[in-house]
Structures are given as structure tokens and as C-alpha cells.
Write a protein that binds this ligand. Structure first.
Ligand SMILES: Nc1ncnc2c1ncn2[C@@H]1O[C@H](COP(=O)(O)OP(=O)(O)OP(=O)(O)O)[C@@H](O)[C@H]1O
Ligand SMILES: NC(=O)c1ccc[n+]([C@@H]2O[C@H](COP(=O)(O)O)[C@@H](O)[C@H]2O)c1
Ligand SMILES: [Zn+2]
Length: 250
């Protein structure tokens, strides 16, 4: 049986990236691969544009560097700085569509080329990673990976267009990681649009709960407290060297 090839894309602030951001990918890959008809072949972290204007959001140049440092130990998850390099903030539907189109057009070019030439190009690492796989002309699907709080934000009035939610879930699909304080099953039940597309929403229970959040990390840094074992050492070094989040180099 040919498995549908999946790439997981997580959007968000990553301000800064924590171990839990990376755990989400591992949890979702195990879950989706276990279902049978799917094979997860790549992961992408797409930090949000500075124009998102969220409180305490530091410059995307720093956030992209921090994500790259956090991903040094991962073979399959890559940074995409595409959103950050746009003129302004991009709605998530467009981000998913851009990455899916880019991957599939790179793969179709590969199919028409001599095998030796594959990977010998200037594509970003998140594309090159996927070019290692044989897809035999079958399109790769990019799914949105998120925590349950992002799913919950779908019901915030004026935040998401209903048509975007339909495209994101209907055409791409969601992998949702449970998070304390949220009940994604109940949330799907209470929403007509989410129930309509619930066959394309994978809710993944995080049994080894880890309530780290970027907000808590920023708070500890501001207070001069240790964040070791919550975020990568290389991320901590960079934050301290650049005195980010009110931290002092010590
Ligand atoms: N501990 C966690 N459990 C489940 N999902 C998480 C967790 N931390 C982050 N995520 C998910 O990671 C994605 C990126 O989130 P984001 O950058 O906002 O991180 P955050 O820790 O929630 O940061 P902040 O506290 O600044 O909101 C979102 O989909 C979010 O739900
Ligand atoms: N309408 C939309 O497409 C829409 C609305 C709100 C947030 N988002 C995205 O969700 C993510 C939320 O990140 P935070 O959880 O860090 O706020 C960001 O990547 C943002 O671009 C998208
Ligand atoms: Zn958040």
C-alpha cells in the first residue's frame, strides 16, 4: 500500500522555542505513523512575522536563529523563515498552501531530472529534507501541527475566517497536542465546523505532560532564574549573549 506522505508544519511565535515545541513533532509523528496509511516525512517550524505584534515578541531574526539552534539535534524538523521574510503577517491558510505547493513543485522537478542532481540545488533545508524521499509523483500533504490552545483560538471572534478554518482542516488537516486547561474533544464537539471536518483532526494526548510555555520561560529569564532542561542549552547561551527577554549575561 502506498502511504500518504505527510509534512507537519507548526506556526506560532517561538518566543523563545522550548523543548515542548519540539516534543509536539515527535508525539504527532508517532501517532500519525501508527494510524497506518500515512508516513510523516518532515517537520517545519514557521515563526510568525514581526508584524503579528504580539506582546513581548522579539525580532524574527533572533527567533529564527533560536529555532535553528534548537533544531540542531533534529534530523527531520527544519526552520522555514518564509513567513518572517514576507512584507507583513501571513494568514496560516496561506502559509500551509505556500509550503505544500513549494514542496510538490520541487518534487515534480526532481521527478523530471537525473537522480544525481537531486539535492544539488539551492532549495531551503525544509525542502531538501523532503527531496530525500521517493514520492513517485504522489503529492505530499502539509498538515498544521498545534497545541490545543491554538485550536481553541478558532472560536475567538474575528481572529480566524470561517473559510480559512474550512480550508485548513478540510484540505490540510490538523494534528492537535493536548495542553493543560483545554479539552480539544469537547471543543470539537461544540463546534459545527470542526465536527464537520473531524475526520481530518488528529487529537494526540500528551501523557507525559509538560506545561512549559514561552511565557513562563520569559518570566524566569526576566527574574534571573534558571531555564536549563526546559530549553536547549544553545538557545540559553544565545539569549544570554544577546541579553534577550531582560536576561543578564552571567
Ligand atoms: N506545553 C505545550 N503543550 C502543547 N502545545 C504547546 C505547548 N507549548 C507550545 N505549544 C504549541 O506550540 C505552538 C507554538 O506556540 P507558541 O509559540 O505560542 O508557544 P507558547 O509556549 O504557547 O508561547 P506563549 O506562552 O508566548 O504563548 C502552538 O500551537 C502551541 O499551542
Ligand atoms: N487567521 C489566521 O490565519 C490566524 C489568526 C490568529 C493566529 N494565527 C497564527 O497562529 C499562530 C499563533 O501563535 P501564538 O500562539 O504564538 O499567538 C501564529 O502563527 C499566527 O500567525 C493565524
Ligand atoms: Zn502560545
Amino acid at each position: 500500500m502506498t502511504k500518504t506522505k505527510i509534512v507537519l508544519l507548526a506556526c506560532g511565535s517561538f518566543n523563545p522555542p522550548t523543548h515542548m515545541h519540539l516534543r509536539m513533532f515527535e508525539l504527532a509523528r508517532d501517532h500519525i505513523n501508527r494510524l497506518g496509511p500515512y508516513q510523516v516525512i518532515g517537520g517545519i517550524i514557521s515563526p510568525v512575522h514581526d508584524g503579528y505584534n504580539k506582546k513581548e515578541l522579539i525580532a524574527s531574526t533572533h527567533r529564527c536563529t533560536l529555532v535553528k539552534l534548537a533544531l540542531q539535534d533534529s534530523e527531520w524538523i527544519h526552520l522555514s523563515d518564509w513567513e518572517c521574510n514576507q512584507e507583513s503577517w501571513t494568514p496560516t491558510r496561506q502559509t500551509l498552501q505556500y509550503h505544500q505547493n513549494k514542496i510538490n513543485s520541487a518534487l515534480s522537478t526532481d521527478n523530471n531530472m537525473d537522480n544525481n542532481k537531486i539535492n544539488d540545488n539551492d532549495e531551503p533545508s525544509w525542502v531538501r529534507n523532503i527531496q530525500r524521499f521517493q514520492t513517485n509523483g504522489v503529492n505530499v500533504l502539509v498538515k498544521l501541527l498545534c497545541g490545543a490552545d491554538l485550536l481553541q483560538s478558532f472560536s475567538t471572534p474575528g481572529l480566524w475566517k470561517e473559510s480559512d478554518i474550512e480550508t485548513i482542516i478540510g484540505d490540510h488537516g490538523l494534528a492537535v497536542i493536548t495542553r493543560a486547561g483545554t479539552d480539544p474533544h469537547k471543543f470539537v464537539y461544540e463546534s459545527d465546523v470542526l465536527t464537520k471536518f473531524s475526520n481530518n483532526i488528529h487529537i494526540i494526548t500528551e501523557w507525559i505532560t509538560n506545561e512549559v510555555s514561552s511565557t513562563k520561560i520569559r518570566r524566569s529569564l526576566r527574574r534571573g532564574e534558571s531555564v536549563k532542561y526546559l530549553v536547549a542549552d544553545t538557545v540559553i547561551d544565545y539569549i544570554k549573549n544577546h541579553c534577550l527577554y531582560g536576561s543578564l549575561d552571567k
